[in-house]
Design a protein around this ligand. Structure first.
Ligand SMILES: Cc1cc2nc3c(=O)[nH]c(=O)nc-3n(C[C@H](O)[C@H](O)[C@H](O)COP(=O)(O)OP(=O)(O)OC[C@H]3O[C@@H](n4cnc5c(N)ncnc54)[C@H](O)[C@@H]3O)c2cc1C
Length: 379
């Protein structure tokens, strides 16, 4: 391992790799604790990596809106797609404006592999501590110490520890006087309390819903899971949930009054997958009979499916979460360069910051945009 470098990037994930790719003639090194680069990218988006989204707005992120807007606008989805296209990668829109690699997430990791000399990457290198002596940083790893003029913290969040996630980025931030918000598992499924255990018997079935969490309404697909609830709408809802009740409209396209005269059985008119309809009817203690035969008392119970309120027990946790909600507070970061306002030469990128995107390619866009801004700051 080298003893000295100008720019040391901690983390060979989305943001660290993009920064390395943009730092053309600089004397830099990237450290990562994994045996390969881009581990999270490789499993993302169901193996196809949802690179970005055709509609990227600050409101798609939790975090300080002006800061996010300023960073994204300098390297937005169009700039990212053009940059990738110049390197032979043309992601395609699959659904809801979401751009994915055509066949596999390996395509985007290969772009970085081509752009960054392997001499600039040290794998199996776990960062343990960063200190500063005068203007120089000293970085301690499992493989020894290195000095750097500038250190870029691109170590991501806490989710998926089996892919190398650690809290080192937050610890480095705190050790240099930065504030870190409370952290939560985000874009993650909900576990349920005993009253909703019947959901588990529906594991594997998806249905369209509208979820209300506080002021936020999310429309999309819900997946009943072995441990509780998952699916895109639930993952997005987890970003806005801390504790307490959420409300699910299991019949978002249905006007209950319009069903009342039907001669078809209630389980068939509810526009739910039949096993789900039957499970709810069992729960509500309603016999599956012709809709027009239901009593007004029974219709009242059915109404509850339009605003099914319950308190999740918790979330599936960091082992299943796609992101960490919260992070290094943006007040002390310069939006023009991603440099710390407290410590000259120290930079923070990507998920380690208090910016969390919704599901749909926003988190990679944030990682790439923040890397671009940092690269310009380092010029
Ligand atoms: C299953 C899954 C699917 C996802 N799918 C998508 C998707 O399709 N679209 C999307 O936009 N987002 C997706 N995300 C979120 C996205 O992967 C992250 O937001 C993004 O990778 C963050 O980039 P980053 O560079 O900040 O961190 P990361 O990409 O996590 O990179 C951080 C790197 O730092 C390394 N590191 C950590 N600690 C140390 C240490 N002590 N020493 C050395 N190295 C260390 C890590 O091993 C990692 O390689 C997904 C996440 C998961 C878990």
């Amino acid at each position: 391992m080298k003893k000295e470098v100008d720019v040391l990037i901690l983390g060979a994930g989305a943001s660290g790799l993009m920064l390395g790719a943009l730092l053309e003639n600089k004397n830099f090194l990237i450290f990562d604790n994994n045996p390969k680069i881009g581990s999270k990218i490789l499993i993302s988006g169901g193996g196809r990596c949802n690179v970005t989204n055709g509609n990227v707005k600050a409101k798609n992120f939790l975090g300080e809106q002006r800061f996010i807007r300023n960073v994204i606008k300098r390297f937005d989805q169009h700039a990212l797609l053009a940059w990738l296209s110049e390197r032979g990668l043309t992601p395609i829109v699959r659904k809801n404006h979401q751009y994915f690699c055509e066949d596999s997430a390996k395509e985007i990791v290969d772009v970085f592999r081509k752009e960054i000399s392997s001499k600039c990457i040290e794998l199996n290198t776990t960062v343990q501590k960063v200190t500063q002596v005068g203007q120089t940083f000293e970085v301690l790893t499992n493989r020894g110490k290195i000095k750097a003029n500038k250190v870029v913290v691109a170590t991501g969040g806490l989710s998926f520890p089996k892919l190398g996630a650690t809290d080192i980025g937050y610890e480095i931030a705190k050790s240099f006087g930065h504030e870190v918000t409370t952290l939560f598992a985000g874009l993650v499924g909900f576990t349920v309390q005993p009253e909703q255990f019947f959901f588990k018997s529906l594991s594997g079935i998806a249905t369209e819903v509208k979820i209300k969490v506080g002021e936020k309404e999310i429309v999309g697909s819900l997946l009943f899971a072995h441990k509780g609830l998952s699916g895109p709408a639930v993952l997005d809802a987890s970003l806005y949930w801390q504790k307490g009740k959420i409300e699910i409209d299991f019949l978002p396209m249905v006007e209950i009054d319009a069903l009342k005269a039907s001669k078809k059985n209630i389980s068939r008119v509810l526009t739910l997958p039949s096993r789900v309809a039957k499970a709810f009817l069992d729960e509500l203690k309603i016999e599956d009979k012709a809709s027009f035969k239901l009593t007004s008392e029974e219709w009242k119970k059915i109404e509850r499916l339009k605003s099914y309120a319950f308190a999740p027990a918790g979330t599936f946790g960091y082992s299943k979460a796609e992101v960490t909600k919260g992070g290094v507070v943006l007040d002390d970061i310069e939006a023009s360069s991603m440099m710390s306002c407290k410590v000259k030469g120290l930079y923070f990128l990507g998920e380690v910051l208090d910016v969390t995107g919704e599901l749909g390619g926003y988190n990679f866009q944030w990682a790439f945009s923040s890397a671009y801004v940092c690269a310009k700051g380092l010029e």
